[in-house]
Design a protein around this ligand. Structure first.
Ligand code: F3S
Length: 767
């Protein structure tokens, strides 16, 4: 065990501020107006500001930027296989791999980790060998959750970084822009190819007032999710400012940034404050703090006076109360004082079946000291958790520090089980034995609550709340319990009411790093002689084969630069998140094996024509099958196909398999009422064309088995980004009609579609 008191070598993690400030000077010359903080950071990472920003009218919401991110973080098997197919000897930017999604929670930290090392050894060996070959820092299983590790080790004010997970914005707690992307976007940065992003709009969130002791930053973001809905942040960066920012801890800000993903925001950020400086020092990054102090003094780390936002949202923290969101969607927000009545009105059993705290969202030292305070109060009157009470620490550093400071034993005294430093139940890695087929309510301090996400039971209602609310309620076991006002009856006839929880944001004795073996060698050199480990006949890993292009000379497409006639596989009804398109939980083990994981394609999607889940119709022979079965049938008969989908298709995560899998089975085009940002880009990267209905009512006019043909795609493929694409629909009886669509394809994205995928295009450029 090591004590984290020695200053670490920060040369590879200190941002190149003088370069960024020089760029900012050039940007100011071009734009000549006050800039928001988000704009400063983003535009200072534009490769060639004069070419990219000059002579444009509006930038925000309209201009595609060519960017050079500073760093990439990847969870488990995500971008590595795609990076390998690009054929480069090493990564162009510092990159890290984090093994956090594959550890199943069952008996507790050490046994779960041991079991997971055995069942996933092949994948971990592959990841480690890829890391050695390409010079990537490898965070082994048990070291922690990607976003917590990034915050503790790599995040630095004012940088732009990418992560292959939708909660990458968590790092924004340190005042940077951290953006969640699919693996193919990460490959852009890793290969040194410009990474493209349409400049987001910037929403200012002005924080006034002060939180009370029961209310946390989690409640702020839960409340905001209720206001903005799961779509409110799409194409936008949330930039917080005002006196209410200054009083928050850095990790508290990270919680807000983490869950900006729940409203679809590109990312969230905050001006550099004293608590960020303290957090950098506490995590042994003094040189980064000193450099950031100077950059802040030069005006880089906050918005300019007079900077204009696309919208301003006012929140008075003094008026906020704890909030509980759910079930099944993170934007159904109910204030704690009304939650009991809300639950009663729905007819739900007044019972909590499990409580879960921790995860990448809420396992900071501050969170843990506050829940420990409640646990101590409960223990003093002889209370224990009424239901299973599970805790996932975000990192080895947090685990070791809370153990040293007696927090772990305090939680265990009241019945908590501390799990491995990994995602566990947050991503469905939960070997739950009880309540598996019945309606039940769990309370979590996680960030996401889609159906079936945690335990695979679609009747499990997951309610999101702050760690203190989850902890206090676990002692009553009731949904109707309000810890701010209600008492719990004790065995001696008396009753007990919690005092508001107290905590501290940073440990007085500093952090303990924990087991040394969990820490990777900083900045490893690429070892070209290493063979990346993929066993012959493996069921967990397979090399990716390039997707063939639908267009051009080698495509055998009689329609040239228009899609060949595409058959509609099905019309998907309503909410269809990336969890619906590519389920997690037990399926995660196949992330490195596209053929096997594709067996889960859309298995929880609802077919709008028959109302059934995972039932598709093969209109050719009038048979039905599961969605993957019919998709496979189309692939086997070389029938390219299309999907018709509803609003905000692909909301939720950066899961690139949600794009890889349909492409693998032969999907060419998806027609949506609207798309979620990350997923839309992922589709483009894999060579699927996302089209938006110009008239949303056209959604119901197209059904399974209809043939659709594009009209006008040839102009787009020839480079005309303004080209409009119509779709001719031919019904079974031969009747046909045309509808208008919209697209968001940029000049570069057109090249990906033409080449069959972004990787095909990059490879052709590199070799
Ligand atoms: Fe993992 Fe859940 Fe965070 S899956 S990365 S703990 S959102």
């Amino acid at each position: 065990t090591q004590v984290a008191s020695i200053e670490r070598d920060c040369s590879s993690i200190t941002p190149p501020y003088s370069e960024l400030l020089d760029k900012l000077k050039r940007v100011r010359k071009i734009l000549d107006r006050p800039l928001t903080l988000a704009e400063k950071i983003l535009y200072s990472h534009v490769i060639d500001p004069e070419a990219n920003l000059s002579g444009r009218g509006k930038i925000r919401g309209e201009t595609y930027l060519q960017l050079r991110p500073q760093r990439v973080a990847m969870q488990d098997a995500s971008a590595q296989l795609q990076f390998m197919s690009a054929g480069l000897p090493q990564c162009a930017v510092p990159t890290s791999i984090h093994c956090d999604h594959l550890i199943q929670a069952s008996e507790g930290a050490s046994k779960d980790l041991e079991r997971s090392l055995v069942t996933n050894q092949e994948v971990f060996d592959f990841l480690q060998s890829a890391a050695r070959k390409y010079g990537i820092e490898f965070w082994c299983p048990g070291s922690g959750i990607i976003h917590q590790i990034v915050l503790e080790n790599y995040a630095a004010p004012g940088i732009l970084m990418l992560g292959t997970d939708s909660h990458t914005p968590n790092a924004g707690g340190l005042g940077l822009l951290a953006i969640g992307v699919g693996g193919a976007d990460a490959v852009d940065a890793m290969t040194g190819t410009p990474w493209e992003l349409k400049a987001p709009q910037v929403v200012g969130v002005h924080l006034a007032g002060e939180l009370n002791k029961w209310t946390t930053t989690k409640d702020l973001i839960l409340h905001l999710a209720g206001k903005l809905t799961v779509r409110g942040g799409t194409g936008r960066i949330l930039e917080y400012f005002g006196p209410g920012v200054e009083t928050q801890s850095c990790t508290g800000l990270a919680t807000i940034a983490n869950m900006g993903a729940e409203v679809g925001a590109t990312t969230s950020t905050f001006p550099y404050i004293r608590n960020m400086q303290s957090y950098l020092h506490a995590t042994r990054r003094g040189p980064v703090a000193q450099a950031a102090d100077k950059a802040a003094a030069a005006g880089y780390l906050s918005a300019d006076k007079g900077a204009e936002y696309d919208e301003v949202i006012e929140i008075n923290l003094s008026e906020l109360e704890p909030t509980i969101n759910g079930p099944f969607t993170p934007d159904l927000a109910t204030p704690l004082s009304k939650f009991g009545d809300f639950a009663k009105a729905q007819g739900w059993k007044d019972e909590i079946s499990a409580s879960l705290i921790g995860s990448c969202t809420n396992s900071s030292y501050e969170d843990m000291t506050r829940v420990a305070d409640l646990a101590r109060q409960a223990k003093a009157v002889g209370l224990k958790s009424k239901v299973p009470f599970l805790c996932t620490p975000g990192s080895e550093q947090i685990r070791a520090t809370i153990e040293r400071d007696g927090i772990t034993s305090t939680l265990e005294d009241v019945g908590a089980i501390v799990l491995a430093n990994a995602c566990g139940p947050c991503i469905g890695q939960w070997k739950r034995e009880e309540k598996m087929d019945e309606e039940n309510a769990i309370l979590t301090s996680f960030n996401r609550n889609f159906k079936s996400r945690n335990d695979g039971n679609r009747f499990t209602m997951n309610f999101l709340a702050s760690p203190v609310v989850v902890t206090a309620m676990t002692f009553s076991g009731k949904l109707s319990f309000n810890p701010m006002t209600d008492s719990i009856p004790l065995a001696n006839g008396e009753s007990f009411r919690f005092s508001p929880p107290e905590g501290q944001d940073l440990p007085s004795e500093g952090f303990t790093a924990g087991e040394e073996s969990y820490y990777p060698e900083p900045c490893p050199t690429a070892q070209s002689e290493v063979q990346v480990a993929i066993k012959e006949g493996s069921q967990r890993l397979e090399f990716l084969q390039p997707f063939p292009s639908h267009f051009g000379e080698n495509s055998n497409n009689p329609r040239g630069l228009e899609f060949p006639a595409l058959k509609v596989l099905l019309r998907v009804r309503g909410k269809c998140t990336t969890d619906h398109i590519s389920a997690a939980g037990p399926w995660l083990k196949y992330k490195g094996h596209l053929t096997n994981i594709s067996e889960n394609l859309l298995i929880t999607a609802i077919n709008d024509e028959n109302g059934e889940m995972n039932v598709a119709v093969d209109t050719e022979n009038k048979t039905t099958g599961t969605i993957p079965e019919i998709a496979k049938r189309f692939k086997a008969s070389n029938q390219p196909w299309a999907l018709v989908v509803d609003d905000n298709y692909g909301e939720g995560s950066a899961r690139e398999h949600a794009a890889l899998q349909p492409r693998f089975y032969g999907c060419g085009l998806i027609l949506a009422r609207s798309f979620a940002r990350i997923h839309e880009t992922n589709l483009k990267k894999q060579g699927i064309l996302p089209l938006w209905f110009a008239d949303k009512a056209d959604y119901s006019r197209i059904g399974a088995g209809d043939l659709i043909e594009t009209e006008g795609l040839a102009d787009l493929l020839k480079g005309d980004t303004q080209a409009t694409i119509a779709v001719k629909v031919t019904k079974h009886d031969g009747q046909n009609f045309s509808i208008q669509t919209k697209h968001t394809m940029s000049a570069d994205q057109i090249k990906w579609l033409h080449a069959g995928s972004a990787i095909n295009h990059i490879s052709s450029q590199l070799h």
